[in-house]
Design a protein around this ligand. Structure first.
Ligand code: MN
Length: 440
């Protein structure tokens, strides 16, 4: 069978990166706080007993670069390179006759979304939301598939509120079908191998199929099965699939919801999804992603890091890039060849990825995956009077009512060239040979 979420959990377990919680936890009042704890420990978490639900709950499977490195079978600093290599050759998915996602099938009056763990993410949210659902839909004119991640608010036994808007592809697709006076068929796959989720979180050109990209990451076709009630295909090993229609011409209040910048987005008039069928595996695992968590940033960051990496590698000798812990800020390490080059590097990064607001460029001896180390470099190597540059009124993060994301700051935190005698970092004796754990 193809690699799936369960494979991923086994992989993490064997690397001591999975916490299994056997104590019952309440999705509405406890699970989010425990997930925060797992996030701090850099571990994925699997709740084996969620109150008021037969489904188990998993979170934080993108919690660290080490996890991504395990999935891509490479070193943590090489994950970006591996991503760039693998997405060069997308592979179309293949439809197979059946799969574990069909082990349980419920239709029409048997559907009850309240059976899913009602995880509340932030205390002022409108209620429970689905946050790790891959929404699959087809362009009504071309039939080309799109896969995206959209938040959904539980609104009843068979009803969800769903947020979508152009230029997001699902929003474009829905607008087209609404113009044709049609409801839009969608399937929502919850609990997937991380590659499918990563691809759904990647911004592709309109008409490029996210599942083909995932085939590229897998280096073999993603296996899909046909849905029961809609003309769509879903991953054969997904844990849970919801099938239904986004209703044409209907908008209802949705939100508030604590979003990725850690603020609440207000109540908005958003779309309504009616669910006609649910299929799932036996002992199905319900996946949750907390907006703005380290998991969310790794998930959103990888494809964007690859864009920055490719742009910067054309102008400089880049060592590594990181968009963690916030995708509005970037840290890049280079092997500097010329004075001034770090500013060109930051300019290239701003050009490649418009949401970037800060870009810090450091030497290759600084760990960009450790923001404390980057801060050290800023404080000991940068010159605030000459080492920074500002871009005002540039294109930035688009949803910006206060106009605070439309300017940028580049920071050169590299040491002067040819002065490594003065800027060589001290190293303790035994740094590479002594294991502190042997002494504790
Ligand atoms: Mn798309």
């Amino acid at each position: 069978m193809q690699k799936d979420l369960r494979y991923c959990l086994e992989l993490y377990k064997s690397s001591d990166l999975l916490l299994e919680v056997s104590k019952e936890a309440d999705p509405e009042t406890q699970i989010a706080a425990v997930m925060k704890g797992a996030e701090k420990m850099g571990k994925a978490v699997h709740f084996l007993r969620a109150a008021n639900s037969d489904f188990t709950v998993v979170n934080n499977i993108f919690g660290s670069r080490r996890m991504l490195a395990l999935l891509f079978e490479t070193d943590p600093e090489k994950v970006v390179n591996e991503w760039i290599e693998r997405i060069k050759d997308p592979i179309q998915s293949e439809t197979v006759s059946g799969g574990p996602v069909k082990e349980v099938i419920k239709k029409d009056s048997e559907v009850n979304l309240k059976e899913l763990p009602q995880v509340v993410h932030s205390s002022k949210d409108a209620g429970a939301f689905i946050t790790a659902g891959l929404v699959i839909a087809k362009d009504p004119e071309t039939g080309i598939r799109n896969v995206s991640i959209n938040r959904m608010q539980f609104k009843g036994r068979n009803k969800l509120g769903i947020r979508m808007m152009p230029p997001q592809h699902l929003g474009i697709i829905h607008e087209k079908s609404e113009r044709l006076g049609r409801n839009l068929e969608v399937a929502v796959a919850i609990g997937n191998h991380p590659f499918e989720t990563l691809c759904a979180a990647t911004t592709l050109a309109y008409g490029q199929d996210e599942f083909s990209l995932s085939g590229g990451l897998r280096r073999k076709p993603l296996q899909t099965v046909k849905c029961e009630s809609v003309d769509l295909e879903v991953p054969a090993t997904a844990e849970i699939v919801l099938e239904g229609e986004v209703i044409a011409g209907v908008r209802e209040s949705e939100g508030p919801f604590g979003d990725f910048m850690q603020y609440y987005v207000p109540v908005m008039e958003n779309h309504v999804l009616e669910v006609h069928a649910v299929t799932h595996r036996k002992n199905a695992i319900y996946q949750v992603i907390q907006a703005g968590s380290l998991e969310d940033v790794h998930l959103l960051g990888l494809s964007r890091e690859s864009k920055v990496y490719e742009a910067v590698s054309k102008v400089a000798d880049i060592a590594a890039v990181s968009l963690v812990p916030t995708i509005l800020g970037c840290m890049i390490s280079i092997r500097k060849r010329f004075e001034g080059e770090p500013k060109n590097v930051a300019a290239a990064a701003f050009g490649a990825y418009s949401w970037l607001k800060y870009c810090v460029v450091v030497d290759h001896d600084v760990d960009v995956f450790d923001s404390n180390d980057v801060w050290w470099a800023m404080c000991t190597r940068s010159r605030p009077d000459r080492g920074v540059f500002e871009l005002s009124e540039a294109l930035g993060f688009p949803r910006d009512p206060f106009h605070i994301h439309q300017s940028k700051l580049g920071i050169d935190a590299t040491a002067p060239l040819n002065q490594w005698d003065e800027f060589e970092r001290k190293v303790v004796p035994g740094a590479n040979s002594v294991k502190p754990g042997d002494f504790f």
